[in-house]
Write a protein that binds this ligand. Sequence first.
Ligand code: URP
Ligand code: ZN
Ligand code: ZN
Length: 455
Amino acid sequence: MDLLIKNGTIVTAKESFVGDIAIKDGKIVCIGTDLFVDAKKVVNAFGKLVLPGAIDVHTHLAMPFGGTVSADGYLSGTRAAACGGVTTVFDYPIQRKGRGIVETVQERKDMCDPEACVDYAFHCCITDLNEGSILDEFEAAVDFGVTSFKCFLVYKKEGMMVDDGTLVRILKKAKDTGAITNIHAENPDVIDLNISQFKAEGKTSAWYHYLSRPEYVEAEADKRAVHWAKAVDAPLYIVHMADKEGLEAAVAAKREGYDIYIETCPQYLEFTCDVYKREDGRNFVCSPPMKNKESQEALWKAIMDGSIDTVATDHCPFQSYEKDWGKDDFTKIPNGCAGIENLYPYMLSKANEGKISFNRAVELCATNPAKIFGCSQKGSLTVGKDADIVIYDINKDVTISVDNMHSDYDHTIWEGIKVKGYPVQTYVRGTLVYDEGEFVGTPGFGEYVKREPKK
Ligand code: URP
Ligand code: ZN
Ligand code: ZN
């Protein structure tokens, strides 16, 4: 054996038990109690939790957006991931008018490959059907391992939005090819209307970012997406769900038996729209914005009752000077916040506090993401799967600060937040990449995850 992790409490989405895990050639080969095997390295995890590595299925690394490029590239973003217990990162390359899916993703894969510190996969955002030829490329994209396509129902002026006709064509074609459609749901016309009114009234602070895209703006688009997915009976994955009304519509459709999945993000679980009243409110500007307490409580209820399927970060940080572009005009603030290194510590901390079980945290952050997005080798501590493992100390409390993160950004919305318990080691395919606060991995070690289509 290459590695034996002994005496830890092994946590899966279903159960927790004390045991040992034996690893060879990057795979879990045996799980049991008191395993007697020779191993090159033995780690005593007594008193610690042994968890599957998290899969962050929503990040924007080196993303051109808001007049700049997001502050974490593939190296720093995946380094930070490793240090937060994330062993697979999904990025969102954006297909532009006239360009194909595979060439768009290949370009990003070439950038990522020499830099990735953990394993990585891609969704692809579709912004233009190229007179229909993009739909003909779905089979090739799926063969390439890209089995999810994202539609923005917003970002009209940025040239990223798709109309409802395009959405329906994508939903149908994705279904036919064993893929799934991811949706960013907000209504662009009402946002533009609100923005022009606020600007005319001289209302320019970050608070008006929230008021220009409040609950009803997201709810309408969530419901529209659910409506079209039901109409053509196609799988749908709603990203960064943040509002109660849209959430309830999606949950109702799931309960009717439709193939609908819901993602939310830690920032919506921790912060409310009140952050936009703060002096540093612009640092919290992301879309959709944080919502009111009622929405936050609905999200937590859905986390607890099993209606939400995944928690991912929407990691898209910008530097302070870039956020400052919008000091006197909220529309000039690049949209997006940091989170990749905080996902697992935050959700596990909530488990450690007793709000959810550790099993549920594992299900939301690792097991469900792997299942929904066709990563058969990931997301669970099971014999035969990749040895993507996090060792977690329930007694190590950390106060999050930009100074102890491993990204390239210069501030974080998570500054000062206290988490109860923290990952102490991360292994990707059996190789240690994070150890007691330090990144110990190698850029380029991360491998592309070729995902499988739904049968
Ligand atoms: O504000 C955000 N979320 N920025 C990243 C792009 C997106 O909408 O997911
Ligand atoms: Zn989005
Ligand atoms: Zn996003």
